[in-house]
Design a protein around this ligand. Structure first.
Ligand SMILES: [Fe+2]
Ligand SMILES: [Fe+2]
Length: 300
């Protein structure tokens, strides 16, 4: 099975947005976008990367959130066509990021406009963000579990948490995957282990999640939020983050990962990870480059 991971496209524009009427939290984030963040993201880079990603013919495209900047209902609506450009919901899976759920009024529009790509259970409609997760998608040899680490936080924080109830449901879901002898992949916005980002931006219950992932032998964790290409190998499992899908930052240009998972003869898995990025040749023309290709063995 071929998975493709991309993340943090931050694809909306706040060009016509004014400060008037924005909450203090959104105002600060908006000013940060005006001063810096808008120069790091480029819509045409995202379009180029998306077209290349679609040509990889992945069975599932996994998107780990931050489609917007300040989670305004208009931004959430405006991001929908990009999701559709990736493919139909059956071939795309999304979890929300902290920018998408910046405020209490973000979850309703996220559930309404992205619900089919989040694969929300319609019976959960009306509940809280974390009531709706984890989302478990079962394929022939692979199970992908999406969790919601993002939720509105106080001003100056970009942290997240899963909460005890979601952790309990995640543990039960991951245990079931192991019992059925399938490959288990978890999709999350925030880094799932402590120490990757500052406390201000971290998952509050990362230590509990880290031990859960180890206990249940989760094979692969894909996350966003850092806007960097990073990998952590721990106890036979791989944790990957990928640069923002719209980034034009020289140190971490727009990128995606292709992950091929195949069952091998001894009941484990052969996994091949290919990282590709959109390198700029002269500041204008971009070319897709293979950055890294690694193989590893997962499972027993
Ligand atoms: Fe982000
Ligand atoms: Fe984020």
């Amino acid at each position: 099975m071929r998975l493709l991971h991309l993340t943090d496209p931050h694809l909306t524009s706040l060009e016509n947005q004014s400060l008037a009427g924005l909450s203090a939290k959104r105002s600060l984030s908006y000013l940060s976008w005006r001063r810096k963040r808008r120069f790091h993201h480029d819509r045409s880079a995202l379009t180029d990367l998306t077209e290349s990603a679609c040509r990889e013919q992945a069975d599932q495209i996994l998107v780990s959130g931050d489609l917007t900047h300040i989670g305004l209902p208009d931004e959430i609506r405006a991001a929908r066509p990009w999701l559709e450009s990736l493919g139909p919901p059956e071939r795309v899976m999304l979890v929300p990021g902290n920018h998408d759920l910046m405020s209490r009024d973000s979850w309703g529009p996220v559930a309404a406009h992205w619900g089919d790509y989040l694969h929300l259970d319609p019976h959960q409609a009306g509940g809280t963000i974390q009531d709706a997760f984890p989302v478990v998608r079962e394929f022939e040899d692979v199970v992908v579990i999406g969790v919601a680490s993002a939720h509105p936080t106080p001003i100056l924080l970009a942290s997240g948490s899963l909460g005890e109830a979601q952790l309990e449901r995640l543990e039960a879901a991951a245990r079931g995957v192991r019992e059925r002898g399938k490959f288990c992949c978890v999709l999350i916005h925030h880094p799932p282990v402590p120490g990757v980002v500052s406390r201000r931006r971290a998952l509050a219950d990362a230590a509990a999640l880290e031990s859960l992932l180890e206990r249940q032998s989760v094979d692969l964790i894909l996350h966003g939020h850092t806007h960097r290409n990073e990998e952590i190998a721990v106890g036979g499992r791989m944790i990957y983050s990928t640069a923002s899908a719209s980034s034009v930052a020289a140190h971490a240009p727009a990128a995606y990962r292709v992950i091929d998972v195949e069952r091998d003869a001894d009941g484990g898995w052969q996994v091949e990870m290919t990282l590709k990025c959109l390198a700029s040749t002269d500041g204008q023309h971009r070319r897709l480059e293979l950055v890294e290709q690694t193989r590893w063995h997962a499972g027993p």
